[in-house]
Design a protein around this ligand. Structure first.
Ligand SMILES: Nc1ncnc2c1ncn2[C@@H]1O[C@H](COP(=O)(O)OP(=O)(O)OP(=O)(O)O)[C@@H](O)[C@H]1O
Length: 630
């Protein structure tokens, strides 16, 4: 198989250079293609079935009524017999015995351009390498064939060996009275499992159950299993209910689950029919969907993720198409414009189903959202139409519990949303008790989505929750009480001011909460940057200094309804007041569940020891024998 001819008349600098021709090691090439192109030996049967289908299609172009049957026999040897177009002796040399040449490409013969376009029109094969897959399970392939092109075409036997040798001979006409082809493989000992009857039936079903020609598998004793099944989109159904049942049954057989719903798919331009099944359980967006794509009935791939847009990870499809193009290994889809257009069109169909549900079947929509709300949230961020349709139905974690955004917006004209889960946990009980409507925006997508509510519900208002907002909504205490506490508050401001924190006195529920520290991650980050700038010299100080925005301060809100705080506010002893403030601040920091800074751990230690000290001092002052006898 010469790849390059000797060059004719070398010129210039190359005049003296000797021209040679590349040599091809046929055994190496056959080994490479047959063993390394495909992921598993199982593909040998797919290639044989596919050649049989293409041969029948070719014969039907000559005679539309020609018989169309494929018979697989799995005994000591494996044979695949078809009633297809067959091959003449010349065809055998040209197509069967030349790697990379295919009868299925048009005039120009190339694997792109007109040749390929014509191959794609009528046939599944196109590359001229498929038969090599048989060498994965057998060292020798025998093809006995009779062409349909003329009545007296001879019966030709071709035997090809994996080392590249082949022989051809003519057999008596009676061996094969009708046109067609039989391919025989004698499996190698190490590959016997792939040609064993049960395995062959299961492979044939997997690859060929949707083929449009009859496929049967026979065993050594003549027992016959029919492989074909009519997919629900190609069958007649007595009623809409029967149709639904047939689709569900097909899903159970193919994927082993009962779908939440069924979306029928049809794109006539690319000859595509099929179905998308809505998964009954939540699927992580990263999981491979495993769509099954058939090309003219033949299974091309059961992992064709490229078929749908990424956001559609809540469905699993089976489609049969005439137009998508396989890769050479036939295990994936060739990424061309047709695939991109098909993906867009199928995506649009799935979106249409989703948006249609709110009008036609709200109960199903609720069930769908219950299972797949994360998927919908990720999708709605980029899709305004879907956002409009589904945002009100989506559940969020709020100060009223887990409710839909619509329900929440009805009771809270102003919605506050936290930036982090931690912020929500810290503020929710107090904000809830104060009648504020807060949504946990800390989960993926949630904050972005909630902020888009005013686009959909004019009149609603959404704001990020910051310490000032919550404090402003907590009841202020009466001026006299504030005045009475002013000395203590001044000490408190001095103590917690070192942590870039303000102090406010408010009344809020629950009363057993003495203090609330309102803070958020960005503010903390800003403060550590400021602190770092102070501690650093030279260039870095300048850089960090220039990054420094206005430093947002945290806020320690003391609860005037809490008895302990009321008592603390009356302390006149400065040292004890400092300890009380440190203890209140320390406890509020602990409640935020964020990691403590070194200075905060030191403060906690200090306040604990001081409190212990004060407790013991008080105890000693009371003198021995004054213990409570109760
Ligand atoms: N059962 C058959 N009947 C008639 N011709 C066949 C049969 N099997 C193979 N051939 C011929 O052998 C050629 C090579 O087959 P092979 O399976 O290697 O490649 P292909 O089907 O053309 O392309 P692909 O590599 O995409 O499968 C085919 O183009 C066809 O002409």
């Amino acid at each position: 198989m010469p790849l390059f001819e000797r060059s004719s008349s070398p010129t210039g600098d190359q005049a003296d250079a000797a021209a040679h021709t590349f040599q091809v090691d046929l055994r190496g090439l056959v080994d490479l293609l047959s063993h390394h192109l495909y992921s598993s030996p199982r593909v040998y049967l797919r290639e044989l079935l596919q050649n049989a289908v293409d041969a029948i299609s070719a014969r039907r172009l000559l005679d539309a009524d020609a018989p169309a049957a494929i018979t697989v026999r799995a005994a000591d040897t494996l044979t695949v017999t078809d009633t297809g177009v067959g091959l003449t002796e010349e065809d055998v040399h040209t197509f069967l015995a030349t790697i990379g040449r295919s009868s299925k490409r048009g005039a120009d013969g190339g694997i792109d351009g007109a040749g390929l376009a014509s191959a794609r029109g009528d046939f599944i094969g196109q590359f001229g390498i498929g038969l090599l897959a048989c060498f994965v399970v057998a060292d020798e392939i025998t093809v006995v064939t009779r062409s349909a092109k003329s009545k007296d075409a001879p019966v030709i036997e071709w035997r090809g060996h994996s080392d590249g040798r082949y022989t051809i001979r003519t057999l008596p006409s009676a061996v094969r009275p009708e046109p067609g082809t039989t391919v025989t493989l004698a499996p190698r000992a190490d590959a016997r499992e792939w040609t064993e009857h049960g395995q062959v039936v299961s492979l044939a079903r997997d690859f060929g159950s949707l083929l449009r020609f009859d496929v049967t598998v026979q065993d050594a004793h003549g027992g016959t299993v029919r492989i074909n099944r009519t997919p629900p989109w190609a069958a007649q159904h007595a009623s809409p209910l029967a149709r639904r049942d047939a689709y569900t049954e097909f899903c159970r057989d193919t994927f082993d689950f009962v779908p939440l719903d069924t979306i029928e798919l049809e794109l006539p331009v690319v000859g595509l029919r099929g179905v998308a099944y809505v998964l009954p359980d939540a699927a992580p967006p990263s999981r491979r969907a495993g769509h099954r794509v058939h090309l003219k009935g033949m299974l091309l791939s059961d992992q064709a993720d490229e078929l749908l847009p990424e956001w559609a990870f809540f469905v699993r499809c089976v489609v049969d198409t005439d137009a998508l193009r396989p890769t050479a290994s036939r295990e994936g889809l060739y990424a061309d414009e047709t695939l991109a257009a098909v993906r867009d069109a199928l995506g649009a169909r799935i979106r249409e189903w989703l948006t249609g549900l709110s009008a036609t079947d709200p109960a199903l929509l609720h069930r769908f959202i219950g299972v797949h709300h994360l998927a919908v949230k990720s999708l709605a961020r980029y899709d305004d139409e879907l956002l409009k349709m589904l945002l009100p139905w989506l559940p969020f974690e709020t100060t009223d519990g887990n409710v839909t955004l619509d329900e929440f917006a009805r009771t809270h004209p102003v919605i506050l949303v936290t930036r982090t889960v931690e912020e929500f946990r810290q503020v929710a009980p107090v904000a809830g008790a104060a009648g504020l409507g807060v949504i946990n925006g800390g989960y993926t997508y949630d904050r972005d989505l909630v902020h888009r509510l005013p686009e959909i519900r004019p009149g609603s208002s959404v704001a990020d929750l910051d310490p000032g907002t919550v404090t402003a909504h907590l009841d202020s205490v009466d001026p006299a009480a504030e005045l009475a506490a002013s000395a203590f508050l001044a000490i408190a401001r001095e103590v917690v001011g070192r942590f870039d924190c303000d102090v406010a006195l408010r009344s809020f529920h629950p009363t057993n909460a003495p203090a609330l520290l309102l803070d958020n991650r960005e503010a903390r980050h800003e403060r550590s940057r400021a602190q770092l700038a102070q501690e650093t010299d030279g260039l870095w100080a300048d850089i960090l200094g220039s990054l420094r925005a206005e430093v947002p301060r945290a806020q320690l809100v003391l609860n005037h309804l809490n008895p302990l705080v009321r008592r603390a506010a009356t302390i006149t002893h400065r040292e004890l007041a400092v300890t009380a403030v440190e203890a209140l601040y320390g406890q509020a920091v602990l409640l935020t569940r964020r990691p403590l800074r070194a200075s905060e751990s030191a403060l906690l230690n200090r306040s604990f020891i001081s409190l212990l000290d004060h407790a013991m001092l008080g105890h000693e002052a009371q003198g021995p024998g004054t213990e409570d006898a109760s």
